[in-house]
Write a protein that binds this ligand. Structure first.
Ligand code: RM4
Ligand code: MN
Length: 398
């Protein structure tokens, strides 16, 4: 039986959609709670965390109002602490777990010409040391994923040997991979351009995929939605990597022009729906499928915690729409070669207002149906504005 319309789903569809949404997990990023900006200006905000613990407090707050964001990713060295086990316990006491460990080999003077692909073997050794350290930190925090993004690349033709750099990259990845515990993964991220402008050493999913295949089953590709050329069909990449068993997760954000790091689903909610349709179609939404749905955003001019709550809600809305796609009707139209009908099935789901459904879900989970309003009424922002006055605010890179 197909549903008459996604707007009035059958009770069975409704139950299926609500169950899937209840299980969904979105990981927030520690750096999104900190001050950030562009290379022109960082506008500091009130109440910004000063320590990794305070970032954990904010992430726990997002989870408290959404119930689907139980982990927070760390960035090393931005979130360096003496005792990572203690930070994990601090998080657990607040109903949170520590998520992906993000390596940072792009902010040291030594890395001007690259980190793991630097022409200088001494610099490469130092960068590899950091990757290995991140694997060790992940063990202490109980994190499954070590996420690697490299700013490495060149600005000018002839500056360095493109193929040699690929070889150096492979050597470094192998060393980190060999340190992984059985239940850990390397998530390799790609980015088309910036900070390097001529070649990035991992510019696209194909390069990331090749390195992950060479490494083995515990290496997978992560798709940062902001890291493509304008107009790239990201859902196609999702489908291809899912089929190959090589999609490890997402760094969600939105972009109009480049790596804008805006709130996911704000610039192009239809793209987010199309991505999630591929995920739902492959039954890869379930946490057991191992796809990490992470946010990688910066909130430069908007209030941070409500923006992160909004982002989680945007992911939920796109997911709910993807779950409402009438798979049987879609398959039938596709088999019949009925182009218009097939497209209409997708558009019907996309055009459904899923906000009432999500409000019901939240009420059912014991949450306020309006998470942003509830956050505003909670007094948390006023409390941190007062408590965190003074001291060194954390910033992107602080
Ligand atoms: C990079 C990349 C990484 C993120 C840093 C902050 O462009 O997206 O995932 O950790 O930015
Ligand atoms: Mn990213």
């Amino acid at each position: 039986m197909t549903d008459p319309s996604p707007a009035t789903p059958s009770p069975a569809t409704r139950t299926r959609v609500l169950d899937a949404l209840r299980q969904q997990r979105v990981e927030t990023a520690s750096w999104a709670y900190a001050n950030s900006g562009t290379r022109f200006k960082v506008f500091p905000q009130q109440g910004v965390p000063r320590t990794p613990e305070e970032k954990v407090d904010d992430a726990a707050t997002v989870h408290r109002f959404t119930a689907v964001a139980p982990t927070v990713a760390l960035h090393i060295p931005w979130d360096r602490v003496e005792d990572y086990g203690a930070l994990a316990r601090y998080a657990a006491e607040r109903g949170l777990a520590l998520g992906a460990i993000n390596a940072n080999v792009f902010q040291d003077n030594d890395y001007k010409l690259g980190s793991v692909t630097n022409p200088d073997p001494g610099v490469r050794r130092k960068a590899i040391g950091h990757l290995v350290e991140c694997v060790e930190i992940a063990t202490q925090t109980g994190s499954r994923d070590i996420k690697l993004w490299f700013a490495d690349g060149t600005n000018y033709p002839g500056q360095d040997d493109i193929a040699d750099r690929q070889e150096r990259l492979a050597v470094a990845l192998r060393e980190a991979y060999d340190r992984l515990a059985d239940d850990q993964r390397i998530l390799l991220e790609y980015k088309l351009f910036e900070p390097a402008f001529y070649t990035m050493d991992v510019p696209d999913w194909g390069t990331a995929y090749l390195h992950c295949v060479e490494l083995g089953p515990r290496a997978q590709v992560v798709i940062d939605t902001g890291h493509h050329a304008p107009g790239t069909n990201i859902e196609f990449i999702v489908a291809v990597l899912l089929r190959a068993g090589k999609l490890g997760g997402f760094d969600f954000n939105s972009r109009f022009y480049a790596d804008d790091d805006l709130m996911v689903g704000s610039a192009d909610p239809f793209q987010l729906f199309r991505i999630l349709h591929e995920i739902v179609r492959a039954d890869a939404l379930r946490p057991a499928a191992g796809i990490a749905f992470m946010l990688d955003q910066c909130h430069n001019i908007e209030a941070k915690i409500p923006a992160i709550i909004r982002s989680v809600m945007n992911v939920q809305e796109a997911t709910a729409k993807a779950l409402l796609v009438d798979a049987a009707a879609l398959a039938a139209a596709q088999r019949a070669g009925d182009v218009l009908a097939a497209n209409a099935v997708l558009m019907d789901a996309y055009n459904t207002d899923v906000r009432p459904l999500l409000a019901d879900l939240r009420a059912d989970m014991g949450l306020d149906p309006d998470p942003i309003g509830a956050y505003a009424r909670s007094g948390y922002q006023e409390k941190i504005n007062t408590e965190r006055a003074g001291g060194q605010q954390a910033g992107w890179g602080a």
